[in-house]
Design a protein around this ligand. Structure first.
Ligand code: SF4
Length: 395
């Protein structure tokens, strides 16, 4: 039998997915990472005693409390973190502190879910503002991903497809990955995760960040852009023909980070013109054409390490969340560190966690009330853990 294969179309940056905006903290969408009701009377941001109140509540709780601070958090919050790091490092740190009854996660919803999955039943994970979701994680819902998988099954190719899901995904998506023999990855180990997946199968379904998937496949594994297709959950059949799905090596989910997606090739050109000799360092969640123009690509931990190793007097333009860039710049006064873009680029949902929310949370805990607990159901947690453990076992 002769089969004809239609070549995958040349890569084109997709237009943004229309995500309906919910007023943060004002409406409810419990199946989503975004916008759920945040109860309670918050202290006013103008209260001059907020720092003292947070310190007092933290001291009262002692070892029963462990505060995690993601790299993208505000300084006013980070000052109270017992440990800082990326989402996976923080979840591991929480699991390594079994004596801490309360894990206050200053980050976003999917991170708190991961911490709940990895910690014991005796520990409660608390998110100071339930409206702190992640727009990227929101771009892949369980129903959408199940529909995509049914399509692959109907085509008869699902058996050879290995799901690889970025840490930045909901517990539902991690559980889907575990149920179908896949692995989780971070921006530090995405290359190893893809190598493992291609040893196991012939195609990868990469969720939910198309840019990390494409950048890793093309830059690190040597695939071509034509080996990648983008599955759009808002289009019938994902917007892809049967032949396109069969021919693709990488089936990329149409998700992206709204913060890293803002950097453009023009911002790289502009900073090179402004600062001759500057080293451009970007996160792999940036678009492929931005990554192609950069000198270095690395996860948040790698960005911090590269600046620690950099020569005094060297100049760096960094393409990642602004809170982290500002802290890196402050830690290296002997180097010129600038933000890659000219416009402000904070992660708005990360920034939902502010000092009033932290004080409100810590004081509630000190008074014996446990607010905003993030709890993943047992079945979802089991399969999500399977996928996370597969990541830890990557060669
Ligand atoms: S920086 Fe991007 S990926 Fe990280 S929490 Fe914010 S929107 Fe999500």
């Amino acid at each position: 039998m002769t089969t004809t294969t239609v070549p995958a179309p040349a890569f084109q940056e997709p237009t943004p997915t229309p995500v309906s905006l919910l007023l943060l903290g004002r409406t409810a969408d419990p199946r989503s990472e975004r916008g759920v009701e945040c109860p309670g009377d918050l202290p006013p941001a103008s209260d001059p005693d907020l720092v003292a109140r947070a310190a007092a509540a933290k001291a009262k709780l002692g070892d029963r409390l462990f505060v995690l601070g993601h790299h993208y958090q505000r300084d006013e919050v980070i000052q109270f973190a017992d440990v800082t790091g990326d989402s996976f490092k923080l979840a591991q740190q929480a699991a390594a502190r079994p004596e801490a009854e309360y894990i206050v996660f200053c980050g976003v919803h999917f991170m708190a879910e991961s911490a709940d999955i990895l910690t014991s039943d005796a520990q409660q994970v608390i998110l100071p503002d339930l409206a702190a979701g992640c727009s990227m994680a929101d771009m892949a819902t369980a129903e959408q991903v199940e529909r995509c998988w049914e399509r692959l099954e109907d085509l008869g190719i699902a058996e050879g497809v290995v799901p690889v899901s970025y840490m930045n995904s909901s517990a539902d998506i991690k559980a889907f990955t575990g149920r179908h023999g896949g692995t989780i990855c971070t921006s530090s180990n995405a290359e190893r995760a893809l190598e493992w997946a291609f040893d196991k199968g012939s195609q990868v379904l990469f969720l939910p960040d198309q840019h990390l998937g494409r950048n890793t496949a093309v830059r690190d594994l040597g695939f071509s852009l034509d080996d990648c297709v983008v599955y759009n959950p808002h289009r019938p059949d994902g917007g892809l023909t049967d032949d396109q799905l069969r021919a693709a090596k990488m089936i990329l989910w149409r998700g992206h980070c709204s913060v890293h997606g803002r950097f453009t090739p023009e911002t790289v050109d502009e900073v090179r013109e402004r600062i001759p000799g500057v080293n451009v360092l970007v996160h792999p969640e940036c678009k492929h054409e931005v990554v192609e123009k950069a000198d270095y690509v690395g996860s948040t931990e790698r960005i911090i390490a590269l600046l620690d190793e950099a020569e005094p007097g060297s100049a760096w333009a960094i393409g990642t969340e602004l809170n982290l860039v500002k802290r890196v710049a402050a830690a290296h006064p002997d180097k010129q560190v600038v933000f890659l873009d000219k416009s402000v680029c904070y992660c708005s949902t990360m920034n939902r966690i502010d000092l009033p929310h932290l004080v409100w949370t810590l004081e509630a805990l000190a008074d014996g009330r446990v607010p905003n607990v993030i709890e993943v159901d047992a079945d979802t947690a089991h399969f999500a853990r399977v996928a996370l453990e597969q990541m830890l076992a990557l060669p």
